[in-house]
Design a binder for this molecule. Structure first.
Ligand code: SF4
Length: 245
């Protein structure tokens, strides 16, 4: 009985390997796989805005709040913060405890409150106020260099601000896009975020960056949920090397 089970498992694995190799031949290059994934994900999720902000200062706060959260806890925290304080200047000048109370549900509230207040203070000092208008004239790399000098802003956060608020063609690598690259067989295991940003951005054609990033996030929230992927309804199941059905 045991032998039969083992033989069945070997046959099943072989046939899966053959199917996956065939799929890999159809979309043989990384670019082709990324293009096909972008096409199918955008058709499924419709490139949603995901609550991101047009105003760069608001987007910095929003992305700091979103760190290490799942779902939409950070959106609720952002709404509470905005309801309590009328302007970002009021947040900048508020006691830390009051900021923490407003953002509790986003987790890591002490660190995030410190980062938000620190970033707002630094922006005020550097720009003479809380308007990011003067930053629009900077090119992408100068803008990234400036934003990553702010407390709590790493390259992923900086690129989110560039993408959503400055309309630049960059690709922020977060856990959802990292998982997408793994599932497409483009990387074999997750990379550290700080090392992944430039190499993975280089792989994504400029015109696909916005759509692929946004739809990868939607895919990670709705279908390819960490620990519970719903492969049966996945639009890119035929491209995925980690599918479970
Ligand atoms: S097939 Fe499954 S594991 Fe692969 S991308 Fe789709 S949901 Fe994720």
């Amino acid at each position: 009985m045991k032998n039969k089970t083992v033989q069945f498992a070997i046959r099943l694995n072989r046939s899966r390997r053959v199917r996956r190799t065939a799929n890999a031949r159809i979309f043989c290059t990384r670019i082709e796989r990324l293009r096909e994934a972008e096409r199918l994900l955008s058709a499924r999720y419709g490139t949603p805005r995901l609550g991101n902000k047009r105003d760069p200062i608001s987007e910095i706060v929003f992305i700091i709040l979103s760190a290490r959260t799942r779902g939409s806890e950070h959106e609720a925290a952002y709404r509470r913060l905005r309801a309590r304080f009328r302007t970002w200047a009021e947040v900048r000048d508020a006691p830390l405890l009051e900021i923490r109370q407003m953002i509790q549900t986003a987790g890591l509230s002490r660190i995030k409150a410190l980062q938000i207040r620190g970033a707002l203070r630094q922006l005020t000092k550097d720009l003479g106020g809380l308007s990011a208008a003067s930053l629009r004239q900077l090119d992408d790399s100068s803008l990234e260099a400036y934003l990553t000098s702010l407390p709590g802003v790493g390259m992923k956060t900086a690129r989110c601000v560039l993408l959503y608020s400055f309309d630049r063609e960059v690709f922020p690598v977060d856990c959802n896009s990292m998982r997408l690259f793994e599932n497409l067989g483009i990387i074999s295991s997750p990379l550290r975020f700080e090392y992944a940003q430039d190499p993975l951005q280089c792989l994504v054609p400029s015109e696909l960056r916005y759509s692929l990033h946004v739809n990868a996030v939607a895919h990670g929230r709705q279908t390819c949920i960490p620990g519970a992927p719903n492969c049966r309804v996945c639009p890119i199941v035929h491209l995925c090397v980690n599918r479970t059905s």
